[in-house]
Design a protein around this ligand. Structure first.
Ligand code: AMP
Length: 457
């Protein structure tokens, strides 16, 4: 199937060709005809599958026909969980709509000054891309006229649910005309998403493309056991010096760790900077622009900030700390291997992370093979032998000093032993649980800060 077969407006086809796309991706092939036919759609598709164009091209196609109602309000509304994703969607709208006459795209995001947003909203808007919280503020102040709204897109609806935005989403949807077409995109379609869809969509067409289990094929996943923080830092230094590494995102568990690690890397001569939710929007944009322009080689980020980043030169993703949720692991490593390119995802784990690693592997359906770098061997034996058989985590006996001496004073032998056995305390406090009914991970208490797993600092 070619883009011509999708019956899109010629100006949109021109922009698609200019973007270098030759064939629609599976989600585009399935969703675009349904959307052009006016159907509500709920689609299970992750970032990297071409989902943004899957909804943006039909949205622009709608705009190629003049509005029936004359007013300044948006004709298309896209809600996203994060500011970064919203900016990316806005960029995509501008890119694909560049040959259509006068398409006005406005982003309304938290952290931006109100006077500027008021000014943007006082002009005619075609496509409004917004994060829910800030949009609600403007709706309550009567600044948005939704009378001519034709399409509502909920992008990464699972994430909006996780982040507690779903009530806001429902309030926003209630402020829009009942005649609208509604699209829901989500990385997973589970019971919670079904409930949202039942409230907001009309007889939606359900579309599912390759799940997380098959999506990671072009990404090589490696595991390095780290004995302690100093060992982790040495491993990181080694990985960052790999000649094949063009650009990397290093994920830490907390915003403070992101700042500290970025400062340390900068001091060691790496072009590195941090990206996290405590930075204001201007700082975040500046950092992302540097990354896009190649001015940064290493971005040290937290989960929320890095979501949606789509930069082809990111060859490596490094989990300095493992993510709290298995689905975040998939989102993180999906920052590399964009649009079918090869990518490398490296995870550092301590002996205490074994159970957590197994959960990630169960979710992805793939094993993360442990690697050893000569000279940086862990004292812990890897879980897997070279022949792939599973090892119980253990401690090598070769070294003279105590196998646990690398851990901080607080980490007693019994604490480590608890780690070997799954650390009961850790299990109790972990918000990471597997919902066997639908095979997805649940509890989404969504606090992004804090170490979920005992750190060996
Ligand atoms: P997304 O899933 O929307 O985050 O898109 C992932 C990447 O795929 C983006 O860099 C898009 O520019 C790119 N892309 C989208 N559609 C196509 C296509 N049909 N052919 C090639 N690349 C595409």
């Amino acid at each position: 199937m070619s883009f011509e077969d999708l019956n899109l407006h010629t100006s949109i086809l021109k922009a698609v060709h200019e973007a270098g796309y030759t064939t629609p991706t599976p989600i585009q092939q399935q969703a675009i005809p349904e959307l052009i036919a006016g159907q509500d759609v709920m689609a299970c598709a992750q970032t990297g599958t071409g989902k943004t164009a899957a909804f943006m091209l039909p949205a622009l196609h709608l705009l190629a026909t003049p509005a029936q109602i004359r007013c300044r309000g948006p004709r298309i509304l896209v809600l996203t969980p994060t500011r970064e994703l919203a900016l990316q969607v806005s960029d995509a709208a501008k890119k694909y709509g560049k040959f259509l006459p006068r398409i006005n795209v406005v982003s309304i995001l938290g952290g931006m000054p109100y006077p500027l947003q008021n000014k943007l909203l006082s002009q005619p808007v075609d496509i409004l891309v917004a994060t829910p919280g800030r949009l609600i503020d403007h709706i309550q102040r009567g600044r948005i006229d939704f009378r001519r709204l034709q399409m509502l897109v909920l992008d990464e609806a699972d994430r909006m649910l996780d982040m507690g935005f779903i009530d806001d989403v429902e309030t926003i949807a209630a402020a829009t005309p009942n005649t609208r077409q509604t699209l829901l995109f989500s990385a997973t379609l589970d019971n919670a998403i079904d409930k949202v869809a039942a409230k907001l969509l009309k007889l939606p067409k359900r579309i599912q493309v390759a799940s997380h289990k098959t999506k990671l094929e072009n990404i090589e996943q490696r595991l390095h056991y780290a004995d302690d923080m100093s060992h982790k830092n040495r491993l990181l230094d080694h990985v960052l010096r790999d000649e094949k590494l063009k650009q990397a995102i290093v994920f830490t568990a907390t915003k403070r760790d992101a700042d500290t690690l970025a400062d340390n890397l900068h001091a060691q001569g790496f072009a590195a900077a941090a990206l996290h939710g405590d930075m204001n929007q201007r700082e975040r944009n500046r950092t992302l622009t540097r990354l896009r322009n190649g001015g940064l080689r290493v971005l040290v980020a937290t989960d929320v900030a890095a979501r949606g980043i789509d930069i082809a030169a990111i060859t490596h993703v490094i989990n300095f700390d493992l993510p709290k949720f298995a689905e975040d692991y998939v989102h993180r490593i999906g920052r590399t291997g964009r649009a079918g390119a090869a990518g490398v995802a490296v995870s550092f784990a301590s002996i205490k992370d074994s159970i957590h690693l197994s959960k990630i592997e169960r979710y992805t359906g793939q094993r993360i093979v442990s690697h050893i770098i000569p000279g940086l061997e862990p004292r812990i034996k890897p879980r897997f032998n070279n022949n792939g058989s599973r090892n119980t985590p253990n401690v090598t006996q070769k070294r003279k000093r105590s196998p646990f001496s690398g851990y901080s004073g607080r980490a007693s032998f019994s604490a480590i032993n608890n780690g070997l056995n799954g650390n009961r305390n850790e299990q109790r406090s972990r918000p990471f649980s597997h919902d066997d009914r639908n095979g997805s991970f649940r509890n989404r208490s969504a606090s992004s800060a804090g170490h979920q797993f005992a750190r060996t600092k």
